[in-house]
Design a binder for this molecule. Structure first.
Ligand SMILES: [Cu+2]
Length: 408
C-alpha cells in the first residue's frame, strides 16, 4: 500500500486530479488520465527498504468517448515524472515495480527490451495479491483499466552502462479498446499512429548496490485459499442500451435510457441506480458469477468491489485461464465477446457494494449495479438505506420496490 500511496502523492504533486475510493487492501484511484508506475526496492518477504517513484501519465481525450469511434490519435504522449522519454538510474539489483492503469479508457501491454532482445522479468502479482507462483515473462498480457500488475526486474544481469526500456505495444485508435498489439520492433521504433506506443521509460544501470541484494523471487508466493462449495450461480451481462426503471429517483441514472447497462440473471437490461439491489448473496457463502460480454467488439474490465474472486474459466474453459490470472483478482477483462467465470466467498464487510465496468466512460453512462451483503445473522438494516448526496447534505431514501425479485 505504501508504494501506491506514494504514487498518489507524486501524482498529486504533478498536478493531476485524483479521486479516491478505498478498496480492500489497496487504494483504488481514478485519476483523469494516466498510468502510474511505482517502484520499490525490497524483498518479497521483507520490508521495503527504499522507494522511488515514477509517475507516468498521458493526455487522454475528455468527455464522453463511450459510444462513437473517435478521431485517430486522441492520445498525445506518455509522460513520466512530467517528462517524456524519462530515464531512471538503477543499481545492479532487483527492483519491484507496480504498474497500474487508471484509465479512463486505455489498455496497455508492456515489454522489456534493450533494442535487440526481449528481456525477462517476473510477474508476481495481479490486482491486490501475490500470485500463487511467479510467472517469468518478456511481455505482459494486455492490462485493462484498474488492473494492477507487480513485476520484478533483475538489473544485476546487465553490465554497468546497459540501457533497458519499458515499451508499450498496445495501440489504440479510440476509446473502444485496443486496436492491436504491435510487434516489439515496430513498437520500439514508434511505427504507429498512436504516440503512446513505443518506449517511454529508459532504465540505465549505473552502479553496484550499496549493500548486497538479498531479495528473492520465491518459487511459491501465496497459494489461493480453498473456497467452499458454491451455493448459487448468477449471470451478469454487460452491454449496450439500458432501460431506466427508476427514472427520476434521486439515486438513479439521470436519463430515461442509457448507452450502457447490465442485465442480471436474464432480467431486463437496466441502467444504473445505486439504490437498486441487483444481487444479495448470503454472508459467508460462496457463489459462482458469470460475467458475460454482450459483444459489439468492446472489451469491459469489470471491477467488483470489496470481494476478491478466483477465475474458474474463460469462455467456459479452465485451460484458457493464463498463469497470471490464477491469483485472487477484483478486475476481470471480459475481452470482446468473452465470458469470465469467477468464484467468490463473501467473507466480511457487510453492506452495499458496486460492480461496474472500469472503462470509466461506460461506468459513468450507467454500466454499474449495486449488490448487497447484509445477512450475517446480526441485526442489519436490509438493505442499507441508499445514501444520496446533495449540496445540502446526504439523505437516505429507502424504497423496498427497488430490489430485483431474484436478488435474495
Ligand atoms: Cu465497459
Amino acid at each position: 500500500m505504501a508504494t501506491v500511496v506514494g504514487a498518489l502523492l507524486g501524482l498529486l504533486a504533478a498536478g493531476t486530479v485524483v479521486s479516491l475510493v478505498v478498496g480492500h487492501g489497496v487504494w483504488h484511484t481514478i485519476p483523469t488520465s494516466g498510468l502510474i508506475i511505482t517502484a520499490a526496492i525490497g524483498t518479497l518477504a521483507g520490508a521495503v527498504t527504499t522507494a522511488a517513484r515514477l509517475i507516468s501519465s498521458k493526455t487522454e481525450p475528455c468527455g464522453n468517448n463511450s459510444n462513437s469511434r473517435r478521431p485517430r490519435n486522441p492520445w498525445l504522449a506518455v509522460v513520466t515524472d512530467a517528462k517524456t522519454n524519462t530515464t531512471f538510474d538503477v543499481d545492479k539489483r532487483r527492483y519491484r515495480f507496480r504498474l497500474y492503469a487508471p484509465g479512463p479508457s486505455r489498455w496497455w501491454e508492456f515489454a522489456l527490451y534493450d533494442g535487440k532482445n526481449f528481456l525477462p522479468f517476473w510477474q508476481i502479482s495481479s490486482d491486490g495479491n501475490l500470485l500463487p507462483q511467479p510467472v517469468k515473462l518478456t511481455a505482459l498480457d494486455e492490462q485493462g483499466i484498474a488492473e494492477r500488475y507487480d513485476i520484478v526486474i533483475d538489473f544485476s544481469r546487465y553490465p554497468i552502462g546497459a540501457k533497458l526500456y519499458l515499451v508499450n505495444l498496445c495501440e489504440h485508435d479510440d476509446g473502444r479498446g485496443p486496436e492491436q498489439d504491435l510487434r516489439l520492433g515496430d513498437a520500439f521504433a514508434g511505427r504507429s499512429g498512436d504516440p503512446c506506443v513505443g518506449k517511454f521509460l529508459e532504465f540505465c544501470v549505473v552502479r553496484e548496490p550499496a549493500t548486497e541484494d538479498k531479495s528473492l523471487v520465491p518459487d511459491v508466493l501465496i497459494p489461493n485459499p480453498t473456497l467452499p462449495k458454491a451455493v448459487r450461480e448468477r449471470t451478469f451481462l454487460f452491454g449496450r442500451g439500458g432501460i431506466n426503471t427508476t427514472f427520476g429517483a434521486p439515486s438513479s441514472y439521470e436519463k430515461a435510457s442509457s448507452d450502457w447497462a447490465i442485465r442480471t440473471d436474464g432480467g431486463e437490461k437496466v441502467s444504473a441506480d445505486w439504490g437498486r439491489v441487483s444481487a444479495a448473496p448470503r454472508y459467508g457463502t460462496c457463489e459462482v458469477w458469470h460475467l458475460v460480454n454482450d459483444g459489439g467488439g468492446w472489451d469491459h474490465p469489470i471491477h467488483i468491489h470489496f470481494e476478491e474472486g478466483q477465475i474458474l474459466a474463460r469462455n467456459g474453459s479452465a485451460s484458457r485461464v493464463p498463469p497470471w490470472e490464477k491469483g485472487r483478482k477484483d478486475v476481470y477483462r471480459l475481452r470482446p465477446g468473452g465470458t469470465v467465470t469467477i468464484k467468490m466467498q463473501f467473507r466480511d464487510w457487510g453492506g452495499m457494494f458496486m460492480e461496474h465496468c472500469h472503462n470509466t466512460t461506460h461506468e459513468d453512462n450507467a454500466m454499474l449495479l449495486r449488490w448487497e451483503l447484509d445477512d450475517s445473522g446480526e441485526p442489519f438494516l436490509a438493505p442499507l438505506p441508499t445514501p444520496v448526496p446533495t449540496p445540502e447534505g446526504v439523505t437516505y431514501p429507502y424504497d423496498a420496490n427497488d430490489i430485483l425479485l431474484n436478488a435474495f
